[in-house]
Design a protein around this ligand. Structure first.
Ligand code: DP6
Length: 391
């Protein structure tokens, strides 16, 4: 008789930081030099789907990521997450005789992203959040998202924030063990559901220098960065939380842009300097400035991660005004098909307009969203025999 295959399928969201995580105080445990804060994006548009399974018939812990098989034990980040979850399950099995002894079994995990991996679109965040959540559910762990965030953090720092929907902070903590370096929900989606997002893809290519090595170089060489972590971020975290609680978009937007600018300034202050922004990114900044100037107030905010793609935040009430202007400078990009746009009233700088027009290949229109979801068995990526469906 074929061995039983246990399985569970989940999806997890992307999050985009408005106060950036950049710098580790402990590389092994992925402990940050500063707290950070993000907005979780809707899984209707961007998500990682992950199925986790285990069975006596499996020979080694394997992950199929977007169709490519990887030995989990060969990756420190993946194996830390699996082993931590396994040991929690093992304890439960010891306490409760009726539980199947599945912690002894090897796992097969199949994961797919519906967006370009490593394009600066936070694929590692959604990926490690889904990986952690799927195995936790496979093991029937009843942990809170904050407890699970301690494990996801060790896969990829920003992943800890993808275990919640809405507005999420990652509190840096103080302990050497990392026990207090966890994600917490600042406010759920329902508190301020009007937040909208346009992602302007300036390059879907794999990024030049990874965030992990980039941040280490910054920690080692930037004096501006020391100022940032000691004297800037603590106050900015408080101000950002307050702006979110008050649903104060102008303050939210100004803090978001200022923090993105400072993060990229720290990159430039690194030896050798790191350039994540390109001409297209800078032209998008110009366009957002034109949009805000024409509105007479701050109605749109840009932010950039470790790559040239722009993420633009705005409120539903200004959606038409902002999308018409963004469309005017990126008409030929993929992604506008389902959005009927009108000519813009905003006077946009000609050079910026041309640069954006030739540099942006795709737009993704989305909004704020909820945390990881458990999917039905029909949505599983794993066959009954434990092999991936589309391999
Ligand atoms: C610029 O979470 O990818 O997106 O912990 O080394 O995996 P590791 O880094 P990662 O870094 C994300 C950096 C960022 C800012 C942010 O998301 O806060």
């Amino acid at each position: 008789m074929a061995e039983k295959v246990y399985q569970c399928t989940v999806s997890a969201p992307v999050n985009i930081a408005v106060i950036k995580y950049w710098g580790k105080r402990d590389v092994g445990l992925n402990l940050p030099t500063n707290s950070s804060l993000s907005v979780t994006l809707s899984q209707d548009d961007l998500r990682t789907v992950t199925s986790a399974s285990c069975s006596k018939s499996f020979e080694k812990d394997t992950l199929w990521l977007n169709g490519h098989a990887e030995d989990i034990s060969a990756s420190k980040r993946l194996s830390v997450c699996v082993e931590e979850l396994r040991s929690v399950r093992r304890e439960l099995e010891k306490e409760n005789d009726s539980m199947d002894k599945i912690s002894q079994l090897k796992v097969h995990v199949v994961s797919i992203n519906n967006f370009p991996t490593a394009a600066g679109l936070a694929s590692s965040a959604a990926g490690y959040a889904a990986f952690t959540e799927a195995i936790a559910r496979l093991y029937d762990l009843t942990w809170t998202p904050t407890e699970l965030s301690r494990i996801a953090r060790q896969g990829s720092g920003s992943a800890c924030r993808s275990l919640f929907g809405g507005y999420v902070s990652w509190e840096m903590g103080e302990l050497h063990s990392g026990a207090d370096s966890v994600a917490v929900q600042v406010e759920p989606v329902e508190h301020w559901p009007e937040m909208r997002v346009a992602i302007m893809v300036a390059s879907a290519a794999k990024k030049g220098i990874s965030s992990t090595s980039g941040m280490q170089a910054t920690v080692a060489s930037s004096t501006l960065f020391q100022e940032r972590i000691k004297n800037i971020v603590p106050g900015r975290m408080q101000a950002m939380k307050q702006a979110i609680r008050n649903r104060d978009f102008e303050t939210f937007a100004k803090l978001t842009m200022t923090d993105s600018n400072q993060f990229h300034a720290c990159c430039l202050d690194t030896l050798p300097p790191i350039f994540y922004l390109n001409d297209t990114s800078r032209a998008i900044i110009r366009v957002i400035e034109n949009i805000n100037a024409a509105a007479g107030k701050t109605v749109a905010a840009y932010t950039f991660d470790a790559g040239p793609n722009a993420v633009v935040y705005f409120l539903e009430e200004n959606s038409s005004y902002i999308l018409d202007a963004l469309h005017a400078v990126s008409k030929h990009a993929e992604g506008w098909e389902e959005s009927a746009r009108n000519p813009t009233s905003v006077k946009i700088d000609d050079v910026a307009s041309e640069t954006v027009s030739s540099g942006v290949s795709r737009v993704i229109l989305t909004k704020i969203g909820d945390g990881p979801r458990i999917l039905s068995p029909e949505e599983s990526l794993i066959k009954e025999d434990g092999t991936p469906k589309n391999a």
